[in-house]
Design a protein around this ligand. Sequence first.
Ligand SMILES: Nc1ncnc2c1ncn2[C@@H]1O[C@H](COP(=O)(O)OP(=O)(O)OP(=O)(O)O)[C@@H](O)[C@H]1O
Ligand SMILES: [Mg+2]
Length: 246
Amino acid sequence: MHGIRQTPTGIPGLDEILGGGLPAERLTLVSGPAGAGKSTFALQFLYHGALNEDEPGIYVTFDEKPENVRNDMLSYGWDLRGLEKQGLFAMVDGFSSRAGVASKEPYTTELDVDELLTVLVELIDEIGAERVVIDSITAVALSLQDEVAVRKEILKLGAVLSTLTCTTIMTSEMTRKEEVSRFGVEEFMAQGVIVLDYIFAQHGMRTVQVRKMRGIKHSTTERPFKITDRGIIVYPNELIYTQKPK
Ligand SMILES: Nc1ncnc2c1ncn2[C@@H]1O[C@H](COP(=O)(O)OP(=O)(O)OP(=O)(O)O)[C@@H](O)[C@H]1O
Ligand SMILES: [Mg+2]
């Protein structure tokens, strides 16, 4: 018997829900509203992979300045700069061109699927990357003219990414809980979909749910998670409570 190989995420508790980890060399969509923890999730996956699994990673940032990402991640104790110096991590700056400012980064891309793919293929080869994150695909989609173009480009991105031998996460912002993806195609081209959310703002419970993971036996129950000063921790055996605990 041989199923899909799964790769540990580095997020405590999550691999239990996933039945072992993310599907290796496949594409997973991580979706959720603003501030749900998507970037933290994706960077924890890369940081852990580079540090503990001998799997170098690439982070494409469209929503945040690379310098801000590096500094923000220090608050979890993750030294991305150190990993970059060791050739275990690389950042692709997709933010600067979007913001219309000059980039100081060695690797850059415009909001253009063809250019992004060219940069990625070269960089994957250069550092031997096995993990890739594109944060976020919403930025790419919003730059396109109309829905037809969005679908075409996102499907192209997904198709090319699925030919690469990297375990890939794409983040996408969603506005309502029922909508996993804003453009209606992201969730179909991905092997798996994980939704992060927060409910009951008064006590700040964050939730994670694996909506789908093709070829993998996983739990679909929503579980609580926390963002701590060491990153995300998932509680795979705890239930979501609807009242603030006394
Ligand atoms: N050290 C920390 N300890 C606890 N919580 C933190 C810490 N650092 C950040 N957070 C929380 O994590 C949230 C940010 O999560 P993150 O940036 O990963 O979300 P996101 O889904 O990527 O958001 P966006 O849609 O804005 O890109 C912050 O809003 C804050 O609540
Ligand atoms: Mg983010």
